[in-house]
Design a protein around this ligand. Sequence first.
Ligand code: AMP
Length: 400
Amino acid sequence: MQLYSIKDLELAHKRVFIRCDFNVPMDEYGNITDDRRIRAALSTINFCLDQDCSVIVASHMGRPKGERSDKFSLAPIQRRLQQLLKRDVILAKDVIGEDAYAKAQALKPSEVLLLENLRFEKGEEKNDPKLSKALADMAEFYINDAFGVSHRAHASVEGITHFFDNEHKAAGFLLQKEIQFFGTLLKRPVRPFAAIVGGSKVSGKLEALINLLPRVDKLLIGGGMAFTFLKQMGYDVGNSLVEDDLLQDAQHVMDEARRLGVKFYLPVDVVAAQAFAPDAVSKLVTVQEIPQGWMGLDIGPATVRLYREALNDVQTVLWNGPMGVFEMERFARGSSKIAHFVADSYATTVVGGGDTADLVQRIGVDEEMSFISTGGGASLELLEGKILPGVQQLVIEEDA
Ligand code: AMP
């Protein structure tokens, strides 16, 4: 899938609107704890500045639900962006109000204006064309570099693309890189190709599993979702997380794996606990011996060994979803062991965004991965085989 590229636009000295995803995590004091998403947008912003563009940057942060609130102001983003760009960034007091418009009009070449949180406007999440038009009217060009939110049909992501023709809109470098990476992964992976899929529920990943099956050589399951499969296979999984309404779907996934010759792996042992709590009594058991009333909260050491063995010969690894409740230290070991093994491997290693990206960063192996996506939900939708709403209008139609 080819996207209109920022490189092909005649941007010099023009006014450019760049939709970024600066939805970064913050601590209780309002300090940015991980600025990866801001750093990831720098190449696109700098590319425009190098061409003396007047650059208007916009992003959402958190869920202010259409109301202005200091808690969700982009002021901390402005400060970090200034540091990273090493130049002044003007912060508008609003999104499409008088202040934003006046500042946008007065913006000189090579200056950067950051609009306030897009979600202060009720129309943003509703994809309101009035808001899209008001944003579009600020600039001559539109660049989408907000991969993390491109699976949402929002006013600054999808609606706005309808107000620019193909010579005046494009994907930024980050968006292009993400789309290309996942495209190659799904179409032309270097084999053997293994997907490690974990996380809480089968329901959240079912479509991705079905879409991945014809593409992968091995599928390794972990996390809470493993228990729906195990129950369907006849194991007594105690109080572990199970989606009873998805037992047939789990069977379908296993049947498809068999039909397609995909090697399908489930945990053979787990860390079982008496309760879902960081200090709960826990023990290592095989999946045959989960005590009544206990729940599996992590994969066990035998599973880690088995998965290492299975991953030994692979050339490409895709990892989406933790192997256990990694937020609690006692149940983070399985994910940590797998993270270290994946990081050390010579294979191309791709980490889906969200929790898994968070996890590898916490463990400190993020630098060793080939690619870490900046979008959890967006990368999952790509794995499901969907075209993201924010990308749809930026795709170059191929000649028949
Ligand atoms: P997801 O958003 O579907 O990728 O799921 C991520 C969440 O799954 C994390 O918050 C984990 O705590 C949770 N999780 C992983 N393993 C288990 C498990 N065995 N039981 C319950 N929750 C789990």
